[in-house]
Write a protein that binds this ligand. Sequence first.
Ligand code: SIN
Length: 485
Amino acid sequence: MHNLNDPQLLKNFSYINGSWHSSAGDIAVNNPATGKTVAKVSNAGVIETELAIKAAKDAFKAWSAKSANERAALLRNWFNLMMDNLDDLGRILTLEQGKPLAEAKGEVAYGAAFIEWFAEEGKRVYGDTIPAPSGDKRIVVIKQPIGVVAAITPWNFPNAMIARKAAAALASGCTFVVRPATQTPLSALAMAELAERAGIPAGVFNVVVGDDARGMGKVLTEHEDVAKFTFTGSTGVGKSLISQCASTVKKVSMELGGNAPFIVFDDADIDAAVAGALVSKYRNAGQTCVCTNRILVQEGVLAEFTEKFVAAVKGLSLGDGLEEGVTIGPMITAQAVDDVKKLIDASISAGAQLALGDYDTNLGESFLAPTVLTGVTNDMPIANNEIFGPVSPIISFKNEEEAIAIANDTEFGLAAYFYSRDIGRIWRVAEGVDFGMVGINEGIISNAAAPFGGMKQSGNGREGSKYGLDDYLEIKYLCMGGLDK
Ligand code: SIN
């Protein structure tokens, strides 16, 4: 039915302590493009979450005692297996999440790249020696894995968001329990199957799938044996998870919402800006935290940019992600479509104009046609909310100062983009925008070598890059005394 080369990659149970664990009841995983059920997965809950944490705790001693080289070899096996099974993993991802197959395979390769990256980076967990304040002492700093890591991951990147957390955790010597989104557990379970084939020992990587978000979330954030909690998702949910983590003073890292400005200055290469905005906005049907949320265009190039951009958006092909030639898939649910339509309608009532868009796609209730709104101002709902859908609001501005002020006028601070060919402006704007990641003449900024993360209410911590291990390590200072006797 699913046309997988290896049907064993489609799993229906949580993966705990190296075993597939069945529970009472199940969750239907539906294809957003067709509404049809792709698979049913056993519905785990609080008890299974506790079992997974126990397994991770028990596995920690042996895993953390392995050398970085030994862990790297197993992580590399996992990376190789992900790449060997790219077609199947991509297909599973499209079936449960909806993004076009080529984009789904791109996500699997992106996720695998974090495993490859951290397999290597784990070998470079350097300590330090520090000159002591007196001659009889020596100060040495070592870094050690923090312990059991718990994670909650979203449906928009069912593979890569797990890979980028788990790879850093495992490479550091930590063990890991993840609760993937209930809409998209199949990618997580396929990763578990490959982790097992790669030789990653039982208990080191655990996946618990269940629809009791509150109960399982409470265990993952409040359990005394969990040392660190990491989350990717909305700012609202992130805030309450952070407060739950306070009871045991857990280390937390949060990758939360965004409201990315995409600024096009008069001196920009307009064709390049159109191409950058298209990919930054409509990737994953607009459902990423770093998707362009507001397009800010300087008055002198507003007409040219808008005309070329609308033409480019018209060229996107909406449909079932498994169909040849489709470049933009459905949204995750009909509810998600309705939420975005409300933002569009409210902004049109407030004075925005519909330059492109059609509610009636005839494709199904989870589809929303790529939409462009002009005449938008920063106080409209489409601009001051995270859209998480395929809509581009275009806002005009007069000068650089105004562009920076509009860009920063949000509680979010994840990604920003701008296009300019003036080197002085490039530095002024790059330093002036309050965002953790800035794309300069570039619409796609995510990769394993770079630190992914936000400022303000977009979260804390960094994933990927040489900084990505820090969140999974404790710094321990050793003071050796009595050395002059
Ligand atoms: C996200 O939307 O949270 C992740 C996007 C990315 O990794 O590029």
